[in-house]
Write a protein that binds this ligand. Sequence first.
Ligand code: ADP
Ligand code: SF4
Length: 691
Amino acid sequence: MSLQSRYDILFEPVRIGPVVSRNRFYQVPHCNGGGYRDPSAVAEMRRVKAEGGWGVVFTEQVEIHHTGEITPYIELHLWDDSDVPMLARMADGIHEFGALAGIELAYSGINGPNLYSREVPMSATALPVRTFTSDPVSAREMTRRDIRDLLRWHRNACKRARSAGYDLVCLYGAHGFGVIQHFLSRTTNQRTDEYGGSLENRSRLMKELLVECRDAIGDQCAITIRLALGEMTNGLGLSNSEIRDLIALHSDLPDLWDMAQGDWESCSGPSRFKEEGAQQELVSGLRDLTDKPIVGVGRFTSPDLMVKQIQSGVLDMIGAARPSIADPFLPNKIREGRMEDIRECIGCNICISGDMTMSLSRCTQNASFMEEWRKGWHPERVPEKGDSRSVLVVGAGPAGLEAARVLGKRGYEVVLAEARSAVGGRVALERKLPGLATWGRVADYREYQISQTDNVEIYLHSELTASQVLEFGFQHVAIATGATWRRDGVARYHVTRMEMDDSVTFLTPDDVMNGACPSGRVLVFDDDHYYMGGVIAELARQQGAEVSLVTPAARVSEWTVNTLEQASIHCRLVEQGITLITGQAVTRIRNGVAELSCAYTARQDHMEIDTLILVTAQVSNTKLWHALESRSEQWADQGIRTVRLVGDALAPAPIAWATYAGYRYAQELDSPEPGDDPPFRREIVTLNSGA
Ligand code: ADP
Ligand code: SF4
C-alpha cells in the first residue's frame, strides 16, 4: 500500500446530520485566553486552522446567557444580538477555506460563579459553585420554570448561531463545565422530580435541550453534543458504563457524539501523565451503540494512530485541540505526505495556562498561535528577508533553534553555533527527566527543519568567544546562550544569598541533569513553583535517595495549577514516598542541619540532611554578551549591525517564552525598531452611547 493511500481514510468526507465535513479532522472546541476580549484574534486563529485543512473548526465554549458565566475566565459570549457579529466574523473566516464552522453553546450552571453579572447561579441541585478558585458562592436549585427559561435561552442562542452562519451547534456537557453534565451526574443532581434519580430522568434536560435546539436551528445545521466519558469524582460521579447506557438510550438524538474524558484535568492531561490516545479504553465500543459519528480526542499527532482509530472502528473523526494548536496545518501535511514537517504537540499544557491566567494563550511549539491577527504571524509563512544578509546565532537551545529555523526560512545566511555536542540546550537535558521525553520534540522538529535548508549551518562543539564573534563579522548576532540555575538560594523567598556552610552537598537542577546523583537524605527546596522541583524530587527518589520537598507555597509545584497538572504532580510525589512540606522555606544550612521557617509565622523546624537541591531561580548566561558589549566600538568595523540577547539569555522563563523570543527575533529582523506604542493590534470596545 502506498504511503498516500494508507492515510486516504482520514480524508474521506463524513456526513454529520445535514452537513458534510470534507475529511475526518475535527478541531474540537478549545479555549485560548482571548474570547470576547480579543474576538478578531480568535477569529483569525480559527481561520488559519481552516486553511490548514481541518474539516470542522469549532469555537471555544460560548456562554449563552449572562446567568451562567465563568468570570474571571475569558470565553466567548452569545448573550444577545450584539454578540452575533464577532461570532459571524469567525464563521466567515472558517468558511473561507472550506471547513465547517461549529459553535459550542455552554450554560455554566454550578460552574459559573457569575462574578461579572452578579446573578445568582443556578444548577440542578443547590450546592456551592464548583470552580477552580472555590468561590464562596452557592448555586440555587433550578425550578421547572427556570428549566423552561433555559430551553428558551438555548433556542435564542441557536437562532443567533444560525444567523452568525454556523453549520454545527454543539451542546456542552463535558469536563464538569456544562449544565447538561451537572444534570447527568448524581454528584451535582440530587433532585427528586422528573429531572433527577434514574438515568432516564437525569438525561431529560439533555433530551429536551437537543429537541428544542433542533427545532430552533432547522434542517440546515447539525446538532452535536460534547459529553464526559465519565467522572473521576466520588462514588456518585458519572461512570463510563452509565455513559454507554445514555448513548444507547438516546442514540439518534444528536447528529454526532463528541466524547471527552472526565474532568478537564484528565481530558487535557499533559504528556508527563498521559500518553497519546489515552482515552482509547473509555471510548472503545461506543461506535456500536449509535449510528451517529463518534469524535474522540487523545492529543493525536501520529497519522498512523489516527488511521488505527478509524480502521478499528473506535472513532469516526479525529478530534484535536492541542495538536491543532501546535500545528494548524496538520491535516494538509498528512495529505501531502509531509509527515516529518508536522510540528508535534509536546503536551506541556502551556496553551492552557493562557486561559487559566486570562491572558492570550501561547504554544511552546507554535509561536504564531494567537498572534495571527495581532501581529500578522502565520504558522507556515514568514516574510522574505530584509536588506541584510547574514546572521550568527549563538546557542542552539529552543530560542536559538527557532531563530535559526525562521531566519533560514526567510532567506538569510545563518550560522548556528553551539558549545555542546548536540542541539537542544535545556531541552536536550530536560527531555531525559522523568516524564519529559516528549518535550524533546522542541529540538527534534527544529533540527530537522534546519537540516532541510541549505542556508543554515549548525556548528557543534563551538563555544564562541567575543573575539571569534567579532572576527566572523556577521551582520547580526543573536546571543541565545540560555540560563543557569542559581546555587545561592536566591529566588522569591530569599532575595539575597541564603546562609549556608559547606556541611552538606549542594546541587542545582543543572548538576542533576548533567549527571550528579543526589544521595542520602535529600532535601529539595522549591522556590521556583513550576515543574522542575517536582521532577527533580522524582528523579532523586528513583535514584534511591530519601527525598523531602519543601516549598514556601501552599501547594507543591503551585504554578502547575495553570497547566492542569498540580494534582497529578502531588499524587505522583506522594505515591513515590516523597515527603511534602508546604508553607515553609529553607532559611539556613549549618552543621548538616537545614533550618526550615514557616512562611507565615516565626515557627521553625530542623531537618538533618546530606544533600540540598536548590530549585530556586535561573540567571541568564551573559558572559559573551558583556564581552561583546565592552567592545561595541569595534562592531561597525567588523560589519556588525546589531547584537541582541534572545530567550533565557535575556531573562529566564519557560520554554514557550524562548521559542517565542527566537521566532520574534527572526520575524522582526530588518524591521523598523518598535516605537512607544504596543507592537500588536488590539480590540478596543466601542463606547456605549448610554441610550
Ligand atoms: P534558551 O531556552 O533561551 O534557548 P538554552 O539554555 O536552552 O536557552 O540554550 C542555550 C544554549 O546555548 C545551550 O545549548 C548552551 O550550550 C549554548 N551556549 C551557551 N554559551 C555559548 C557560547 N558562548 N557559544 C556557543 N553556545 C553557547
Ligand atoms: Fe501542545 Fe504545549 Fe503547544 Fe499546548 S502549548 S499545543 S500542549 S505544545
